[in-house]
Design a protein around this ligand. Sequence first.
Ligand code: GDP
Ligand code: MG
Length: 696
Amino acid sequence: MSSNTPVIALAGNPNSGKTSIFNAMTGARQHVANYPGITVEIKEGHTQVDGARIGIVDLPGTYSLTAYSPDEVAARDYLIDRHPDAVIHVVDALNMERNLYLTAQILELGIPVIIALNMVDLAEARGLFVDTEKLSSLLGVPVVETVGNRSKGTEMLIETAYQIATEKRNWDPIRITYGEACDSALVKLEKAVSDSELFSASIPSRWLSLKLLEQDAHTLARIREHGGENTESVLDLAEELADSVLREMDDETEGVIADHRYGFAAGIVREVMELPKAGRTYTSDRIDRILTHRFLGMLIMAGILFGLFQFTFSVSETPISWVEGFFEWLHDLAWNGLPEGFLRSMTVQGVIDGVGGVVGFVPLIMFMFFFIALLEDSGYMARIAFLMDRVFRKFGLHGNSIVPLIVSGGIMGGCAVPGIMATRTLRNPRERFATILTAPFMNCGAKLPVYAVLIAAFFPSNAGLMLFLLTVISWTFALLSAKLLRSTVLRGESTPFVMELPPYRMPSWRSVLIHTWERTWLYLKKAGTVILLASVVVWVLMTFPTLPEHEAAELSPSELPAASLSNSFAGRIGRTLEEVTMPLMGFDWRTDVALIAGFAAKEIVISTLSTAYSLGEIDDENPQPLVSRLAHQPGWNPVIAFALLMFTMLYVPCIATIAVIRRETRSWGWAGFAVVYTTGFAAIVATAVYQIGSLL
Ligand code: GDP
Ligand code: MG
């Protein structure tokens, strides 16, 4: 064939109807091609569109581009070595899932593709209807319905194929996620691959990396044969990474990758087909009919999540008391062991109390991460995302936003730091940023102590109901805020994306434990670095300048802490803010100081309030617990308490979260925006609560 004749290749599963379509297009103008070194028969022919001559090639049938049989190797090598100008990928409408498994791989090649949805006559006869428009938008390629053996649709097919073969637009390879283990290995491999020269052909480096990670024998052999710089080091790295995935997942990379491809295929089928096919054999599918059911699935999901988190709270109670006991012991030890003065005060009240308040939550967080890892590894998290996708879409988010939101505290307790890191599974940057900016609205573990004290003081008879209400409220604000962001600063199309539904599997303990530990470690690091620093800064702000000696001498020991605080930098800032916050939200200067301190970590709000109301443990002969003190404090009432609850839920995320927002968005601008946006949002809500509440 002459070089300026566009060539279009037909690829697909055996018996999908390639040869029928080939015959319909070429008629008698065909012959068996002769490619050196290939024993498999490849037929070539040609046809005309608008007077232009087009070459057509009928490739051998293949189920996968992980080639085993000579047929499969021939088809694959043709696609990657000979660069057809377009590929007509014939998909059998009767066996969508199996066919789409190949589709996933072809689309990863980043070559011009058009899908011929063949056998639609038989599908219709069986009552199966495929939403081709949706299929086309999900995959990002044109889809034409055909009946190959009766030449129906083939004319339209070749015209569209000719069009995409000649228009020379960019075809970005699709990116399927293969789970955390494989994805992070792929990132490393991709870098190594693009830094070396393994193949002369223009294959996407991710595709090559996938083959390397799968340890695809044929590809490895070809890379060795081709030689070139860095080849050996890339091959070594690939083997090492494949091994580490095997160790983590208890499964060969090839199996893990195949699972996700089937998940991709199953997800698409679930989206584009009205009826699930009768008589399918996978157990996963039968389970999914119930678990992803519109209503039943939602109910089961709510039940599972509720049960899990109830359980998490009850099992972590004891270990939390151990950790707290340890810090109390440390507190006393340092208090008694250090000479009186600033050093003691800073070590004990700044460092030990500040860090202890955060570390105390580690058992809870660890159990929660453990269960989340279980949900992810078993495949159920993907179903939760699938169910939530319908709801989230309306608010401009994606089904995959669910994990970050839950990890951030969607069901009480959690942490926005790992939550925001979990947004990496979101591909659309706008959806991702919207998730990042709303995740801090969730009720993280640090807000719990604040809620606990305020509820006990002002709503003691409805504690459980209040916690439930706060959960509902945080979700409502998160979703409304997402909608707001997505229709203003983050406006834009939501890219259609298929939820992956990987088969259910027994979670691998190693992988669950690794993920649990990774996330727990992140949380601990936050306590050890940012919070340590912030606690000291807050301590300084609350301690200096000190009261003049003669003034201090006149005060009783129980009055002293509040008076010192009031005189400190923090107290002065609080007094200035009071001018604004008092009329708007009913917050006095002590509350303002506590909220400022909460910027370091929200649990500090409570310890600061204690100090501000003279509840420092120091020498207080008759300490009233903060709860009853607040309840009887003049100027406090349930309306103010509720306004403060709202403010605490919504206002500026803690320093660690801001830091991670900056890292994940790679922009100080977005981090700054998060500060202003959340605080503004909180101020408006708290003001509304106070103003309306005061009227009633
Ligand atoms: P290949 O293996 O992909 O080349 O598939 P063939 O073109 O050889 O087709 C396999 C069988 O399916 C043949 O018996 C075709 O006549 C039949 N076939 C192909 N396309 C269609 C179609 O759209 N509808 C129906 N009913 N049969 C088809
Ligand atoms: Mg054939």
